[in-house]
Design a protein around this ligand. Structure first.
Ligand SMILES: [Zn+2]
Length: 329
């Protein structure tokens, strides 16, 4: 969609001018701005520098598309005030919050795209963003303390990712995603620091009927005839590459990625799966695994432990992205 398709621009191009700066949502930030797709709904201007959308308030200005989508234009640093507290608890160590701020900034800059009518979406699809209501002094201090800093490799801005808990080994980007980067700093590391995470070890029961529906185009096995679901191969981090459903008459095989995509990220917290048990009597599958999320990049719970142990921001980032450096904006 071209920008000309905006119907109700409400000062989106104006930003918040320095002479209008005052306490609250206004700022004198004249740095890079970012456009955040908030979703469909009604937005109402509150003053020159803030507006409401749904039950939340946001800094910056907004515009509506012809389809009724609201796009928030906001200085990048102010956007980060509303991102970092949504991605990690504000009570975590300041070094962890600052590491997250640098990654969120680096990620957002990589997503800017003048050819599109927005740069990022305000959800886990890109980064969670809660606007003014989500802000907290601790996370805002982390954003300010790292103002403009981004992660680099060989002088170029690095490709970054992060997740809640790696389960003991982060994943290589090339294994996690089709076309994922094979950069040396994205190949996965052993992480001994996230054992406190709620999803470090998990178990989920999935009704066989649900699994059957998820694989209906492949599943010709009667429920009562399913013998086993086995991990046939795993990648170097231990994550499942191929999984086989077997019956006395045959079976079928799917990739680990497809297994998680079809059963959902809530049921299959990660692909670091230890076992899949078929319980014929209960008509269910019991899956046990470690970690939560795709596993690529910084492990947030691991970074929490490293921060609590007194490690500095460059050390935390270098642990999860070996060979990278920080650059001031
Ligand atoms: Zn970890």
């Amino acid at each position: 969609m071209r920008r000309s398709q905006f119907l109700l621009a409400t000062g989106a191009a104006l930003g918040c001018l320095p002479r209008m700066a005052r306490a609250g949502a206004c700022s004198e930030d004249s740095g890079a701005s970012i456009r955040v797709l908030l979703g469909r709904g009604m937005a109402n201007r509150m003053d020159d520098c803030s507006f409401s959308f749904g039950t939340r308030t946001y800094r910056g200005t907004f515009a509506s598309t012809a389809d009724g989508e609201i796009v928030n234009t906001i200085p990048l640093e102010e956007y980060l005030y509303g991102v970092v507290p949504m991605e990690v608890p504000h009570s975590w160590p300041q070094a962890t919050l600052q590491s997250q701020a640098i990654l969120s900034r680096t990620f957002a800059l990589a997503r800017t795209n003048p050819a599109r009518y927005y740069d990022v979406v305000a959800s886990q699809g890109d980064q969670a963003y809660g606007g003014l209501d989500a802000e907290h002094p601790e996370t805002s201090a982390a954003v300010s303390a790292t103002g403009g800093q981004v992660l680099t490799f060989d002088g170029d801005q690095a490709t970054v990712a992060y997740m809640s808990c790696c389960g003991g080994h982060t994943e290589s980007a090339a294994e996690a995603w089709i076309g994922g980067s094979s950069a040396p700093y994205l190949r996965g590391v052993v992480c001994a620091y996230c054992a406190d995470a709620p999803d470090f070890q998990w178990q989920r029961d999935i009704p066989l009927g649900s699994a059957r529906n998820a694989f209906s185009d492949l599943w010709s096995i009667a429920n009562e005839d399913l013998r086993s679901v086995q991990i046939m191969s795993a990648d170097p981090s231990g994550r499942a590459r191929t999984i086989r459903f077997s019956s006395s008459a045959g079976g079928f095989e799917v990739s680990g990625r497809e297994f998680r995509r079809r059963l959902g990220a809530v049921a299959v917290r990660s692909l670091l799966i230890h076992s899949i048990q078929v319980d014929a009597a209960a008509a269910s599958l019991t899956i046990e695994g470690s970690g939560r999320g795709h596993g690529v990049g910084l492990c947030q719970w691991g970074a929490r432990a490293l921060g609590a142990a007194g490690h500095r921001v460059p050390d935390i980032l270098n642990f999860y992205f070996p060979g990278t450096a920080l650059r001031n904006g």
